[in-house]
Design a protein. Structure first.
Length: 282
């Protein structure tokens, strides 16, 4: 099998760490593992036989993005797969969320992903091939209380990715969205900021925010199994790569229920919708 070069953002913990660990043991993968502090990537040393590059990368810093892409192509001569995994969470009611905190979350979840993707596209276009895997969430498809701004960031990732997929389809580049539900990563723990309700009208949501912290690492999803699925899709099913790949029972059941209800809702108002148009010219 042809060796492919993968660049993954955010490999110090969570999905990124599971995926990097999985790929580091594959003979058909050159791995570029990134983190803001590369000393957090020592877990890869046991697998490194010259096919692994550790790279400092904060996706909110354009110069580090440029350097990471250049280092990848300098060492391996190609960049076949980009995994935009780096991301943050934020729990808080819409009214009480801290503007600066959620702005930074958008800088990581949305603009970091955008800038990384823009940086690799010239290489992929010149190759005439490439796969971009963007980590979204079930939160990019359905919405729940206390996650309004996180939802906003993931809905942005969904819309950007769907449009990008159409723009690069005839250039041999594929795009896939990963949409997990609860997995045993650090997302609900230290990778998420939490603003407890102070307005009495929102006191009912305090338990769910606290529960997100105490439930961290007890979710049903297994990130190691997710890593194996992503590898299999990219390496063995690239020709029919899905745009949407929800992972976990809650994710896929929620997505199906959401779109079935949305379809029914749209059909219910179709006649009203049609009445907003000018009459068709004969």
């Amino acid at each position: 099998m042809l060796t492919k070069t993968w660049l993954i953002t955010g490999t110090s913990t969570g999905f990124g760490k599971s995926l990097a660990t999985f790929l580091a043991q594959k003979d058909d993968v050159n791995l570029v593992a990134t983190a803001r502090h590369t000393d957090q990537l020592a877990y890869l040393d046991q697998y490194n036989h010259g096919q692994i590059l550790k790279q400092v990368l904060d996706v909110t810093k354009p110069d580090e993005i440029t350097a990471a892409v250049a280092a990848t192509t300098d060492k391996f001569g190609a960049l076949d797969v980009l995994i935009n995994n780096a991301g943050l969470g934020y729990f808080g009611t819409f009214e009480e969320s801290d503007r600066d905190a959620v702005r930074y979350m958008f800088d990581v979840n949305v603009w970091g992903l955008v800038d990384m993707t823009r940086a690799v596209l010239p290489t992929m276009r010149n190759q005439g091939a490439g796969i971009i895997v963007n980590f979204s969430s079930i939160a990019g498809l359905a919405s729940f209380p206390t996650l309004s701004f996180y939802h906003g960031s993931k809905h942005a990732v969904e819309g950007i990715s769907a449009s990008l997929a159409q723009e690069v389809a005839d250039q041999g580049i594929k795009v896939m969205l990963i949409e997990p539900s609860g997995f045993r990563t650090d997302w609900a723990g230290r990778s998420s900021q939490k603003a407890m309700p102070k307005i009495s009208a929102y006191a009912q949501f305090a338990d769910s925010i606290e529960g997100s912290e105490t439930g961290a690492h007890h979710e049903p999803g297994d990130p190691d199994k997710a890593a194996a699925i992503i590898y299999d899709q990219v390496m063995n099913h690239a020709a029919e790569l899905p745009l949407h790949l929800p992972l976990g029972k809650f994710a896929t059941d929620t997505a199906i229920a959401k779109y079935e209800k949305s379809l029914a809702d749209f059909k219910a108002v179709r006649e009203i919708s049609l009445s907003a148009d000018q009459p068709e010219e004969k």
